[in-house]
Design a protein around this ligand. Structure first.
Ligand code: COA
Length: 331
């Protein structure tokens, strides 16, 4: 049976480290508030002119090198982001151009924090069906250019960071290994609870002076609702992944939740009755990098040698949309 395996991974985060203390020069906040509510200690911000595609390119070159592959070995790109470099075209084509791959299809996935899992479900289907052999799956995010750095925007500005993670996926016939399942969900009832109103083709004009003056260009969030849904939907999705493959939480070698908030991750861990060794968190260093968070964490786990062939890896995410999902992978 043909399944999808992770051939290699890569990540890149910008050089600039922004500590919690730095925010106090712009807004009424504190290192203590941010750490205790979120677990975040610092995050990375892009340099002026550095884009999501630039970050994804570096992450991709690292993954290609580790796999001993050339860019020309890639057959398709799935690029997941909520912060595309431009309104259109999608950012996948900018990455494709940097990689020198004219003709290779580029699909942009706009599913926010669940983007990488949505992208994985598509790439997995392509590979299993034989439509494409090697797929580059990208999660790359630039938040720092779109945050309200005043006290008005403090609930969101401190949470997010920039960064990119990628995986190169391909077919395996090695019985039992590879992606065992992906499950993705959405509920648009809650679309405005984590939302960015402008610019938007739903308005004429898409961007107005009023949008700038009223801060409509910045995201808004009902943090408590997001917290509540995230901490129930992620464990549900993990249990579904396990049940689908006849596994239990005891079988999990490594669980990587989307990095939104250390308190959410901790609640999910407890609900699943996982030990601290079974979960990986790095939000302390990078904040929430949205579609980038799972592949960045995965690359750190892989480079640290914490996954051996045959280990069970479980991923779960929740985010704006609302969207959520899980994946189970026999490494
Ligand atoms: N610094 C200081 N105070 C802040 C602040 C900041 N950066 N951001 C918000 N506050 C204030 C608020 O203004 C509010 O003040 P008020 O009570 O005077 O109105 C207060 O802190 C809110 O505190 P509390 O209700 O205890 O916050 P919380 O425990 O709900 O934590 C979040 C807030 C945002 C950290 C939390 O709701 C959360 O993490 N939600 C999920 C977010 C998430 O995961 N988003 C991404 C999903 S993919």
């Amino acid at each position: 049976m043909r399944r999808t395996e992770f051939i290699s991974t890569g990540m890149y985060v910008p050089e600039r480290v922004v500590t919690n203390d730095e925010f106090t020069q712009w807004m009424d906040t504190s290192d203590e508030w941010i750490r205790t509510r979120t677990g975040i200690v610092e995050r990375r911000w892009v340099a002026d002119g550095e884009t999501g595609a630039d970050m994804a390119y570096v992450a991709t070159t690292r993954a290609l090198e580790r796999a001993g592959l050339q860019a020309s070995d890639l057959d398709a790109i799935v690029y997941c982001t909520l912060s595309p470099d431009y309104f259109f075209p999608g950012t996948g084509v900018f990455l494709q151009r940097k990689l020198g791959l004219p003709g290779v299809p580029c699909l942009d996935v706009r599913n926010q924090c669940s983007g990488f899992l949505y992208g994985l479900s598509v790439a997995d289907a392509w590979i299993k069906s034989g439509q494409y052999r090697r797929v580059l799956l990208v999660g790359s995010e630039v938040h720092s250019t779109g945050m309200d750095l005043t006290t008005r925007g403090r609930d969101l500005a401190v949470l997010f960071g920039d960064g990119a993670g990628v995986a190169i996926l391909g077919p395996t016939e090695d019985g039992g290994r590879g992606v065992l399942s992906t499950h993705i969900f959405a509920d648009g009832t809650y679309a405005e609870l984590l939302f960015c109103d402008a610019p938007a083709s739903a308005r004429r004009p898409r961007l107005s002076h009023e949008d700038l003056d009223t801060a409509r260009i910045y995201p808004v969030m009902n943090g408590k609702e997001v917290f509540k849904h995230a901490s129930t939907r992620m464990p549900e999705a993990v249990q579904l992944a396990l049940k689908t493959s006849g596994l239990t939480t005891k079988d999990i070698k490594m669980f990587i939740p989307h990095q939104a908030n250390l308190r959410i991750a901790e609640m999910v861990r407890r609900q699943l009755d996982l030990s601290e060794d079974q979960i990986y968190n790095n939000i302390q260093k990078y904040g929430n990098t949205t579609a980038g968070s799972i592949p960045i964490a995965l690359d750190e786990v892989v480079q640290a040698g914490r996954l051996a062939r045959g280990d069970l890896l479980v991923l779960a995410a929740f985010g704006s949309g609302f969207t959520w999902g899980s994946a189970a992978i026999r490494w």
